[in-house]
Design a protein around this ligand. Structure first.
Ligand SMILES: [Zn+2]
Length: 69
């Protein structure tokens, strides 16, 4: 399934990385304990987007079937 928002982030210069290991560990844990609002599956994928030039960081918890990669 295509996720237009993710494609837009990549087009804007975001990379699929976390800003630092601590942020990665914390947010990954949050996603792992989150429940999908659509199918109620527990344990979502952490998808970080970090813009190395601007320092902007966007993080998403994505249901595995909807993951961008
Ligand atoms: Zn789901």
């Amino acid at each position: 399934m295509d996720s237009p928002i993710f494609a837009n982030l990549i087009a804007d210069g975001y990379e699929q990385i976390a800003p630092d290991p601590e942020t990665y560990a914390i947010d990954r844990g949050i996603c792992a304990e989150s429940v999908c609002m659509q199918c109620e599956k527990e344990g979502l994928l952490y998808q970080p987007y970090y813009h190395p030039t601007t320092g902007s960081y966007r993080a998403f918890c994505v249901c595995p079937p909807n993951a961008a990669t």
